[in-house]
Structures are given as structure tokens and as C-alpha cells.
Write a protein that binds this ligand. Structure first.
Ligand SMILES: *Cc1c(COP(=O)(O)O)cnc(C)c1O
Ligand SMILES: [Zn+2]
Length: 414
């Protein structure tokens, strides 16, 4: 039983069948999955969800598949950590970290979107899946496609972090490294997608893929005891995650699953070297000006963000704001989260932590309201970004006297 009705243009509301379509023929608006909320309201309760598997498939009635899932059985249901030590340091009362960097096959929130995209790709009868990626999507598509038995073509900018390249190659996909940035890769992939009948997770099946991000928001609400937090801070590349977090909370609200009224403010985080969405929002500009990215936050380095306008809309609708941080602040953010909560996040997580700190310091997020930070990726994958910033071990000879001498020399107490 599926509650997915079809696809609908986000601009002109024209309806389309639930196929591998992604733009409106009339206005070129992007398409979004629509559901039968009336029927869903009769079927879905907190109990039915709680009885589901401990993965994102517990929300399958709100996801765009017709039959059984075909990938990502272990995606989702990541920890929501009460972050008291970090909260104290930031001067806030109730802080949580939604930690998508662990309990996921490839250690990022892309294990969510790919679970949904590949399940839908199977239903749409694709035998080959493909993607344009800033790194984490490459890892996730390569891994999940191996498990689900798809042929796979993966396109990345050639200058990605080594762990993201190795962490893709190990699954034996066809990995294509393009001389150019993500926006160049994406443009090329649009041409390739027009010629070959492949399931391009972020092109012709993007409408389905993007729905997977909703599960991050569903989980936050469920893990808080069916309550939406006052604030969520999330990073943005294309802007899709931010829009889907908001959609997830609105859906839960519409289905009567939330305690109290929905009053969550969604805040968007970007790096100074690639902040087209945040810059447009903060400057009150009508147009998003594409940029040429230059930041250590490579997973967020999309200069021409496909969902930028929709993300700005979410900030306006929810009453949230945006923040921009430098590469040094990103490194400090990574170290701060590690030092206080024992969570090693990648550069995108550093962006989130640093932006949250900035918004709290500026009073844009009040200190006495609940706050959730969306930590979307794992620090093991972007070690080169902080290698110089974490210091060095205290180097000793294998003797007690050397240990004591060197430790004292380094200024530690014994
Ligand atoms: C892809 C990604 C995001 C956000 O991507 P959107 O395109 O905005 O949905 C955030 N964090 C990490 C680590 C990612 O890989
Ligand atoms: Zn349209």
C-alpha cells in the first residue's frame, strides 16, 4: 500500500505521474512528490511508527516507494545526543546533536537519501544508477548500489578529499573524476542523463531522492518525545536538506503526531567560501547569485544551488535565519564538538557548529530554548582540513624517564 499520489510542480502545481521526471514541462519548476494525506492521517499514528524497524523505513508510509524497500536497510535511526557540555560552553540550556555521522553505512546523512533513491530506482526499472557528488553522495551511492546490485556511475570534482575518493573506489563503481567544480560536474551530468537511461539520483529521480532527507526531521521529533524543537541548525549545499527538514515537521504536524504547536525555526549554515543561499537571505536579495566555491567544506561546495530559493522560503516561513563562517571558524567548530561531546564531524558539521555558536552569541537563537544541531558527516573523511589545526602528539622514547620529562616539557601536569 502506497500513499504516494504522484509528482507536482513546485511552481505551478501541475501534476505528473510518479515516473523519472524532474522538471515541469510548462514552467521548468522542479517536481515534488505528493501524498494522500487524508488516507495517511487515518493510517499513521505514533504507535504504527514505533512498531516499525529501527531504520528510516519506520517512516515508509511517508516515503516515495510503492512496494518494499530495496536499499538502505540500515540507514537512519541515528542518535540524538543531549549535548550538555557543549551547551554549557555555548551558554544554552537545552542542546542536542543529531548525529548522522555514525550508525550509517557510509557515515553521512546521504545514506538516507540514497536508501530512498535506490529503492525507487528499482521500482522504476533502472539497472544503472548514477550521481553527481560533492563526496558523501558518491560514497553512499557506491555502497548502497553494490549491496542492491545496480551498475553504478559516479561523477565527482577531481579535487575531493582522499578519504572520499578511496571510500568510493572501494565499492568498485565506475568513478569519474572531472576537472572542474561540482557545478561543472552537475552540468555535464545533465547532458549525460539526457542521453543514457540511468537513474541519476540527483537529476531524474531527484524528487524521490530528496524525500529521504525528511527522515532526519522525523527522527528528531520522534526522539524528542514527539515534539519539534524550537530551533534546528542545518548545513546547506543545494539547500534540499533544509527544505525537507521543514517539510517533515509540517507533515508530522498535519498528521497530528506532534505534541503542541509547530514553532520550529530552521536556520541555515554555509561556509564563507560558498554561501550563495545565506548571502541572498541575509542581504534580502531576490536572486541567488551563483559563486565559484573555495572552502574546506567541500561537501557543501555547490555554487549554484538547485533548491536555494526553496531553502530561503523555509527560513522565511519558519522565522529562522542564516549564518556564514570562515574556514578557521569551521576548524574551531570541529574541534569544539570533538572536545566537548566526543563527536568528530567533517567540515560540514564544523560549519553547523560554528554557525550555531555565532547565532547564539548574536542573540538570534535565545539561550533558553531547545536547539538541535544537524551533524551530517564524519570527520574521518576530511582529515586533511584540520590536520594542521589539531596539534601534534607528545613524542617520547620508550622509557619512564622520557615520558615524565617530555610530558612536563609540554606543560602537562602529572
Ligand atoms: C550533501 C550534504 C549536505 C547537504 O546537502 P543539500 O544538498 O543541501 O541537501 C550536508 N552535509 C553533508 C555532510 C552533506 O554531504
Ligand atoms: Zn510548473
Amino acid at each position: 500500500m502506497s500513499y504516494m499520489l504522484g509528482l507536482k510542480c513546485r511552481e505551478c502545481d501541475r501534476e505528473y505521474p510518479k515516473e523519472a521526471l524532474y522538471v515541469c514541462e510548462y514552467c521548468f519548476g522542479s517536481l515534488e512528490v505528493s501524498y494522500d494525506y487524508k488516507a495517511l492521517a487515518k493510517k499513521v499514528t505514533r504507535k504504527t511508527i514505533e512498531a516499525g524497524p529501527k531504520s528510516l523505513w519506520r517512516y515508509r508510509d511517508l516515503l516515495p516507494i510503492d512496494g518494499e524497500p530495496a536499499a538502505g536497510y540500515y540507514s537512519g535511526f541515528t542518535p540524538l545526543v543531549k549535548a550538555d557540555i557543549l551547551g554549557k560552553e555555548l551558554g544554552v540550556k537545552e542542546l542536542y546533536v543529531k548525529d548522522d555521522s555514525v550508525c550509517h553505512p557510509t557515515c553521512s546523512f546521504k545514506d538516507r537519501v540514497v536508501a530512498v533513491a535506490l529503492s525507487r530506482a528499482r521500482e522504476l526499472k533502472f539497472d544503472t544508477v548514477a550521481c553527481a557528488s560533492t563526496g558523501n553522495l558518491a560514497n553512499a551511492v557506491a555502497a548502497h548500489a553494490a549491496w542492491a546490485g545496480f551498475k553504478r556511475f559516479i561523477f565527482i570534482p577531481a579535487n575531493l578529499e582522499i578519504a572520499k575518493i578511496v571510500g568510493t573506489l572501494v565499492y568498485s563503481p565506475n568513478l569519474i573524476a572531472v576537472d572542474g567544480n561540482y557545478d561543472d560536474v552537475n552540468r555535464l551530468c545533465a547532458e549525460i542523463a539526457a542521453k543514457y537511461r540511468w537513474g541519476f539520483v540527483n537529476i531524474n529521480i531527484r524528487a524521490y531522492y530528496a524525500e529521504g532527507s525528511k527522515t532526519l526531521g522525523f527522527e528528531i521529533a520522534e526522539q524528542l518525545g514527539w515534539k519539534a524543537p524550537a530551533h534546528i541548525v542545518a548545513p546547506a549545499a543545494s539547500g534540499s536538506l533544509v527544505t525537507k527538514i521543514w517539510k517533515s515537521l509540517k507533515e508530522f504536524d498535519k498528521l497530528g503526531l506532534l505534541e503542541g504547536e509547530l514553532r520550529t525555526k530552521v536556520h541555515l549554515a554555509q561556509a564563507e567560501g560558498c554561501s550563495p543561499i545565506a548571502t541572498a537571505f541575509l542581504g534580502n536579495h531576490d536572486a541567488i547569485k551563483p559563486v565559484k566555491p573555495s572552502t574546506i567544506a567541500k561537501s557543501l561546495a555547490i555554487g549554484n544551488p538547485a533548491d536555494g530559493y526553496y531553502a530561503i522560503d523555509v527560513l522565511k516561513q519558519s522565522g529562522g535565519t542564516a549564518g556564514i563562517v570562515s574556514d578557521d571558524e569551521i576548524r574551531e567548530g570541529i574541534k569544539l564538538l570533538a572536545r566537548t561531546e566526543g563527536i568528530f564531524t567533517e567540515t560540514a558539521g564544523g560549519v553547523t557548529v560554528a554557525v550555531a555558536k555565532k547565532l547564539i552569541d548574536e542573540g538570534k537563537i535565545p539561550s533558553d530554548e531547545s536547539i538541535v544541531l544537524a551533524i551530517t558527516g564524519n570527520g574521518m573523511k576530511t582529515q586533511e582540513a584540520i590536520r594542521e589545526a589539531v596539534g601534534k602528539p607528545i613524542h617520547i622514547a620508550p622509557s619512564l624517564s622520557s615520558f615524565e620529562a617530555e610530558v612536563l616539557k609540554a606543560g602537562c601536569k602529572l
